[in-house]
Design a protein around this ligand. Sequence first.
Ligand SMILES: *Cc1c(COP(=O)(O)O)cnc(C)c1O
Length: 417
Amino acid sequence: MSENTEQKGAAEPAFHEGDQANGATTLPVWNSTGFRYSSAEEMEKVFNGRAPGFVYSRIANPTLAQLERRLCLLENGSAAISFASGMAAISSVILGLASAGDEIVSSSSIFGGTYSLFSRTLDRLGITTKFVDPSDLSALESAISDKVRAIFIESMGNPALDIPDIQAIASIASKHGVALVVDNTVATPELFKPLDSGADIVIESTSKYINGTGTAVGGMMVDSGRFDWGNGRYPHLTEASAKFGGMAFAASLRQGVFRDLGSCFNPNGAFLMSTGLDTLRLRMERHCSNAANLANVLSEKGFEGVNYPGLKKHRDHDIARKQFGGAFGGIVTLRLGSKDAAFKFINGLKMAMIVANIGDARTLAIHPASTFCREFDSDTRLAMGVHEDLVRISVGLEDAGALVDDVVGALETSNSL
Ligand SMILES: *Cc1c(COP(=O)(O)O)cnc(C)c1O
């Protein structure tokens, strides 16, 4: 694949480079479980890492390798691994960093699935999580014990839409020699590249904006390649660190947790993600401008319950402006005053669809407290920013005026405007 970088047009990671052999302009899909060698000696070499090559698609595949390379370039990283889902990426990365008896420090304002992974599944396996408000830097720092193996943050909290100061958190992480893992799903690499602000590992649920049209579930982790894995905090990586330096984690993950858990992505899904990536920049511009317009119009109409990082009244507006270069994402949340009003509002939407994901071309709405956050008690939900009356809108690519009309009409239906 490295020879493809010489090709005309290949320097721009925003577009797929195609395949050199046939001149295809899209990602070639290699639906092959295994890869063939002409001698036992040759295969032994590949298995032992003494010759390049693919062996088995649970570990690596040429189609997946191209998608990984693209996202790696887009996030300014050094190594990437694609996963079956965003959750597979998060669980594998944490299991690659922490063992039973270890701890992680996580933002409390995170996606419900991740909260469940940390507070239940990993807890049962002996990895405990201390949840902190990521805007409280001293609380975050004092949560870092000798047992902490990762700090986990979302660059834009889903669905609270808080924006942690990644540079400030990265300097705390680096002072303590702890890896900073940033879930960049909501911001996307078009708005923000966490590795450039000192994060060590980035995670994307590619199911969302990367895919862009809701056609496949997938995940990705990108490693900066700069972290010192031999610093004593990661005894299981000391040997790999001596051998691979900053690439120790990515190499160990692929040949360890990732391979053993079998949470690999698939070539057909990679094709869909790659097609989505081609238009990510353009789509994010429209998601962001549509969301900003909707939030501004609702504010101007005097609707107090609108939350969007682009609004000056948003608590983290200044950090968002500094970090995201003037764009503020495609999610708007509304507080309707009660669960009943929230349901009436959702039922009053005509164009927007009632759907659980985000990042689709179409506008999607959901009531988080009764759906993906229903399992958590009310204190936990509040820490996640999920109020009983909250509605999350993933703003799509529709005509800006039609979108405003739809939301305003539904607000009127629910007597909220
Ligand atoms: C959706 C989402 C995930 C989980 O990704 P899946 O692809 O659904 O497994 C993780 N983090 C955030 C912020 C998400 O929005």
